[in-house]
Design a protein around this ligand. Structure first.
Ligand SMILES: Cc1cc2nc3c(=O)[nH]c(=O)nc-3n(C[C@H](O)[C@H](O)[C@H](O)COP(=O)(O)O)c2cc1C
Ligand SMILES: [Fe+2]
Ligand SMILES: [Fe+2]
Length: 406
């Protein structure tokens, strides 16, 4: 049971922490199955290296875990693959316990380390291809910027072909019931890995593709893959790598993600018309209620969607707030260039279409006509307009002559 230090191969240990308390990762993405912050200890004949730490709240548990193997004062190197606080929050306490340890990370991470913890002075910056010798064991550092932070690198244990890949190939979910790929039901885990990619790494998908390419061209094998979250792959590292590759391709399917907000149900009645009609046209539809959806599930579904539909009522002369959140989120996550259908609902006075259009312009959306404004339950005319919108969107998505979104 990996709520203790766990041997991966000889003198390589998992020394991470499982989190069942935090409701949302980054304060945004639900963690129904918890989260693991993986850290690893590698021992050579002469030196010991610690790769990654943990978040602030788990500092004591983490220190105890490392010290099941070795006192922190005997750690010679601390390696940070990137500076995000889920892996570095324990820095102040850990650094105090190993005053002699050399700190290694990229030059960019060194800047962040100084900003976050005021400890830049202690750091030796490493470059792509640099390595250290632990005594019969070599750790090599490979720069992979923007996967998903600008300071990211991978660490590779050359002789044993063990790759410590930072957040790349990670996923949501704690690993206290099973740490290794051969111990767990991967089919039920993949949606959590896909949701992680969709929420954390999706804005940088081209970097995932490039990273895998760089690795393959580098000709380095991977016998064991140790990401910073989720399971350790000792049986088949390619299982997660090929899935990341597939998801990162962002191939557009005949699929539409619909996000509809409503106070009293009329906007959902409009959404149902579009939903049914799209399905009649052979389009797969993932319909989300903005009031109750998990944003991470929506971003996970966006990985291969070909189009989007937003529906919202007017709320105090503005966009219904729970729907406006998704317009902001999609802009932030660079969901650019998609064909988008839009409908709204007002009965008092103003239409919020111009406000929704402003967001869509920022997303470089191709707004599919007609944009539909309903007034209460959809009447014959509104129903016809909604069907027309669905027909036009379906045609746009399935027409092979029209280029797909960026
Ligand atoms: C709190 C609240 C604020 C509203 N603000 C506006 C408004 O500013 N302008 C408007 O035209 N309609 C406004 N409406 C009317 C709604 O847009 C209208 O009732 C619509 O049918 C609601 O759609 P729904 O049934 O999907 O919630 C408001 C309704 C509520 C409950
Ligand atoms: Fe990260
Ligand atoms: Fe992370």
């Amino acid at each position: 049971m990996p709520n203790c230090a766990t041997r991966i191969i000889d003198e390589v240990y998992w020394v991470g922490v499982n989190d069942h308390e935090t409701p949302c990762f980054e304060g945004l993405w639900a963690l129904p199955k918890g989260m693991s912050y993986n850290a690893y200890l590698v021992r050579g004949k002469e030196k010991t290296a610690l790769i990654e730490l943990t978040k602030t709240t788990y500092t004591d548990e983490f220190i105890g875990r490392v010290e099941e193997i070795v006192p922190l004062s005997e750690v010679d190197y601390i390696i940070h693959n990137h500076m995000e606080p889920d892996h570095t929050g324990a820095i102040p306490a850990v650094y105090k316990l190993c005053p002699g340890a050399e700190i290694l990370c990229t030059a960019k991470a060194k800047t962040f380390l100084d900003q976050f913890y005021g400890e830049g002075e202690r750091v030796t910056a490493v470059k792509d291809g640099d390595s250290i010798d632990l005594g019969g064991r070599t750790l090599k550092f490979l720069s992979y910027p923007w996967l998903h932070w600008p300071d990211t690198m991978f660490t590779y244990l050359v002789e044993d072909k063990v790759l410590f890949s930072c957040d790349a190939f990670g996923g949501y979910g704690a690993v206290d019931e099973a740490l290794f790929d051969d111990q767990m039901d991967l089919e039920s885990y993949w949606p959590e890995a896909r949701r992680y990619l969709g929420t954390i790494v999706a804005s940088y998908l081209q970097h995932v593709v490039k990273a895998i390419d760089k690795w393959v061209k580098g000709g380095m094998g991977i016998d064991v893959l140790c990401p910073s979250h989720g399971p350790v792959y000792r049986q088949n590292p390619m299982a997660i790598i090929s899935r990341y590759q597939e998801w990162a391709k962002n191939d557009k399917k005949a699929k539409v993600v619909m996000i509809v907000g409503s106070m009293w149900g009329n906007t959902h009645k409009m959404g149902e018309v579009v939903h049914r009609r799209l399905e009649e046209k052979g389009i797969e539809v993932k319909y989300f209620d903005a009031a109750s959806a998990e944003p991470g599930a929506i971003l996970g579904e966006m990985l291969n969607a070909g189009g989007i539909v937003f529906g919202a009522p007017t709320y105090d002369a503005n966009i219904y707030p729970k729907l406006e959140y998704y317009l902001m989120l999609f802009k932030s996550k660079k969901k650019n260039g998609y064909p988008v259908g839009v409908f709204t609902q007002n009965s008092w006075n103003v239409s919020v279409l111009p406000k929704m259009e402003a967001y869509l312009k920022d997303m470089k959306a191709e707004i599919i006509q007609p944009e539909v404004v309903g007034h209460g339950a959809p009447n014959q005319e509104v129903t016809e307009a909604l069907r027309q919108l669905a027909d036009n969107l379906a045609a746009r998505i399935t027409d092979p002559c029209v280029c797909s979104p960026a």
